[in-house]
Design a protein around this ligand. Structure first.
Ligand SMILES: [Zn+2]
Length: 313
């Protein structure tokens, strides 16, 4: 190696190193997770019932985060009005165009429902079901990933960041959006959904389980991208057919593209499912931060892989 090429090599090596470091700077922190969670699960939002003033506040909060981080509206505005629900209800849809000309027609959807069940006026003490775990936690994952990709613009494929409304009314927001996008001939590569990631599982050698685990190679490919076992199989998820019980399912039905949900609610680690006790104080921000920061590079590799490596079996 000539002296000049050694110098060139050193310069390139240093540049690559600092770029990697810069990207990690944009990973989320416990503090940022806390800001999202404390707002979304606060009493001021009154349990984020679909069509309520409370969920409207969550919508505005989300739009603000998209806007300040360079995530654009996919439709005319961020709000995608549901056509299958009587009260005004909106999904929030953010868009990042892929930077690779030949891949940008392919889309990755990162989603979570941001609605919850609202207020139970018959309850004697606490009437507000704050929905911290279900699903302020998944919403926070989407928001923090939107921030990361909005700042780095590192995605070769195009991305949609979606907060679904009316999940608790029967997956209405996702049913509406899946049909609408299909009508526009969107080319969906994968749909990755986040549900109840606020509390870690006990005695597992993985951080998240995947619904519909055996249907695709997503867990295997994802763990390969992560370089460690982040995602695993939870038998209970199969037993309770969780694959069919969240917003991934309409995308599976309409597109037949890999559409699956990541979660760390294992039926033993949280006793307040759909209860007023689903409070932010019970959430483990350290776990959430870890989950999000392990998933960011996985999602990045999904958006940037030369070929579509994730497939249904
Ligand atoms: Zn949920």
């Amino acid at each position: 190696m000539k002296y000049s090429s050694i110098i060139l090599f050193l310069v390139l090596f240093t540049a690559c190193g600092s770029f990697k470091k810069n990207k990690e700077l944009y990973y989320t922190s416990k503090e940022e997770v806390a800001v999202d969670m404390n707002f979304l699960a606060s009493d001021a939002l009154q349990g984020r019932d679909t069509g309520s003033d409370g969920i409207e506040k969550a919508a505005t909060f989300t739009e603000q985060i998209f806007k300040t981080n360079g995530v654009k509206p996919f439709f005319e505005t961020y709000k995608d009005t549901l056509t299958n629900y009587e009260q005004p209800a909106y999904n929030i849809v953010g868009y990042l165009k892929g930077k690779d000309k030949s891949l940008r027609n392919e889309f990755i959807i990162i989603g979570a429902h941001y609605d919850h069940i609202g207020v139970d006026t018959t309850a004697i003490e606490d009437q507000i079901a704050n929905g911290a775990n279900d699903n302020a936690s998944g919403t926070t994952a989407v928001l923090e990933m939107a921030k990361y990709f909005g700042k780095t613009k590192s995605n070769k494929r195009s991305m949609l960041f979606v907060l679904f409304s009316a999940e608790e009314k029967g997956l209405l927001g996702s049913k509406h959006l899946a049909q609408k996008l299909k009508g526009q001939n969107l080319d969906l590569y994968v749909m990755l959904n986040f549900e109840m990631i606020g509390v870690p599982m006990v005695d597992k050698d993985y951080l998240l389980y995947l619904s519909g685990y055996e249907r695709s190679n997503l867990a295997a490919v994802g763990n390969g991208y992560a370089g460690e076992k982040v995602v695993g199989f939870l038998p209970k998820a199969k037993e309770f057919s969780l694959f069919q019980r969240s917003d991934n399912f309409p995308f599976h039905n309409v597109f037949n593209a890999p559409s699956q949900t990541f979660s760390s609610f294992d039926f033993t680690n949280f006793n307040f499912y759909h209860q007023p006790g689903d409070e932010v104080e019970l959430m483990d921000f350290e776990h959430m931060t870890n989950v999000i920061n392990k998933m960011i590079p996985v999602v990045e590799k999904i958006t940037n892989a030369e070929n579509r490596e994730i497939k249904y079996n």
